[in-house]
Design a binder for this molecule. Structure first.
Ligand SMILES: NC(=O)c1ccc[n+]([C@@H]2O[C@H](COP(=O)([O-])OP(=O)(O)OC[C@H]3O[C@@H](n4cnc5c(N)ncnc54)[C@H](O)[C@@H]3O)[C@@H](O)[C@H]2O)c1
Length: 428
């Protein structure tokens, strides 16, 4: 298959041009004809101009690439490999929302040509590719599964905002329905992934491997969050405790924090959903989710207590929020827990000002009806350092003091400003 793609006999299509799909498409497009397909027309128009509004790819990343961006299904012609990178969110009831995945499978099924491979990369529960996606492909094509086309699964490990662990220097897990398809998929990814591939035993194993990467991280952070609530009652600093404990060779260094975004706070629900369909109700995984989901309330409670102790009239206070994205150095606000903190504070009529040089302001306003300030003001009663954007790392003790009212508090969620002096300091 790789030869056919390299010779131009066949094209590779990436379905879903988001955080995951665009970098993969651009990487393959260095020497393979790629069709970058997305249902979002505005996004496609921007990509045609070489603009990634998520700021993960720069203008130069688009130069000299053999790529056609399109929202027209009719452009999905002569495709040898489809890579599916559509979102897999959860519903309000925290169960998997497979609608994008199912729609993408239908689109592909209708366009399938002989000898093609469909590789799913979206994060799903074990079994989803074969039990939920494959039947849709089969329903929408005259072609025979295994005789005319194959399926594969390769979880995505890209970490937006991370310049160290990149798409090409991180080992990629691959799996497929037959040994010969696995060989083709391995060869394909080895072509772009310098770190190489890991061939998983089967598709379900590969799906499970991705889900547990994020579930493990969610639980480890949940433990630290719970510990930080306990240590707060004990009046000791969690960071100090972690530093001391981590001198033991087998202590794992995780830190407390808000768990937002579309992966760590979402993926565990895919696993718990699947477990429940099999008659098992997970306890630890859901307990971790609950702790992490309640952390924003804990933070707000801490601020309100400070205001009460300092005899400040809560409705007359002003708070600066430094960072509103779901993690550092990205513009992404999906499921950002900082938003929950903000909404909770606003419920108390507190004046909240958000400063975030990276956030997509249109998305923030459209999705959450919130706006940002262009420059930081003064007279804050609390500063919440919520996200560890690089730009915030240079803020000094003195600077915070000049922008704060007397008896203010610095809430340092990510422990950026450890050792801070001059006003009340609190970190998780
Ligand atoms: N972003 C990450 O850091 C990351 C990392 C690893 C895995 N993942 C997983 O990868 C998948 C994609 O995540 P993402 O962050 O890139 O999502 P995203 O929202 O950034 O991008 C998905 C894109 O798919 C498009 N889309 C939706 N339905 C479509 C359809 N039927 N046909 C064509 N396009 C369609 C959307 O318009 C959107 O542009 C998810 O399963 C996610 O869990 C994400």
């Amino acid at each position: 298959m790789l030869e056919k793609l390299l010779s131009g006999e066949k094209k590779l299509a990436v379905i879903g041009m988001g955080y995951v799909g665009l970098p993969i498409a651009l990487e393959f497009a260095k020497d393979i004809n790629v069709v970058g397909f997305d249902i979002n027309e505005t996004l496609i128009n921007n990509l045609r101009l070489g603009v990634d509004t998520k700021n993960e790819s720069s203008k130069t990343d688009f130069i000299n690439k053999k790529i056609q961006f399109t929202n027209e299904e009719t452009d999905l012609k002569n495709i040898g490999v489809f890579i599916v990178t559509v979102p897999t969110p959860v519903t309000n009831l925290k169960s998997p929302d497979l609608r994008p995945l199912k729609l993408a499978s239908k689109t592909i099924g209708e366009r399938l040509e002989k000898n093609s491979i469909i590789i799913y990369e979206s994060t799903v529960y074990p079994g989803c590719t074969e039990e939920d996606c494959l039947p849709i492909l089969m329903e929408n094509t005259e072609l025979e599964y295994l005789q005319d086309f194959n399926i594969a699964y390769s979880p995505e490990r890209i970490n937006p905002g991370d310049k160290i662990h990149t798409l090409t220097n991180t080992i990629k897990v691959v799996s497929a329905d037959t040994p010969s398809c696995l060989k083709k998929v391995s060869d394909l990814y080895k072509h772009i992934i310098k770190a190489g591939v890991h061939e998983a035993a089967n598709i379900k194993v590969a799906e499970a491997s991705k889900i547990i990467e994020n579930t493990q991280r969610d639980l480890n952070i949940a433990l630290m969050n719970e510990l930080s609530i306990i240590f707060d009652l004990l009046n000791i600093n969690t960071n100090d405790v972690i530093e001391a404990a981590s001198t033991k060779w087998n202590f794992l260094k995780f830190y407390p924090g808000l768990v937002g975004g579309h992966c760590i706070g979402v993926d565990p629900y895919y696993l718990t959903y699947k477990a429940e369909t099999l008659g098992y109700k997970p306890e630890i995984i859901l307990a971790g989710r609950k702790v992490n989901d309640n952390l924003s309330k804990h933070i707000v409670k801490r601020i309100l207590n400070h205001f009460k102790n300092e005899n400040k009239t809560i409705g007359k206070t002003k708070i600066l929020i430094l960072g509103v994205t779901f993690k550092e150095n990205v513009s992404d606000i999906r499921n950002s827990k900082v938003i929950e903190v903000i909404h909770e504070l606003k419920n108390y009529n507190i004046q909240v000002e958000i400063y975030d040089p990276l956030v997509d302001v249109t998305q923030l306003s459209d999705t959450y009806n919130l706006s940002t300030i262009n420059s930081i003001n003064k007279n804050y009663d609390a500063i919440i350092a919520a996200v560890k954007h690089d730009e915030f790392l240079s803020f000094t003790n003195e600077y915070f003091l000049t922008i704060s009212n007397p008896k203010a508090i610095l809430i340092d969620i990510k422990s950026i400003y450890l050792g801070f002096e001059g006003m009340t300091y609190w970190s998780l």
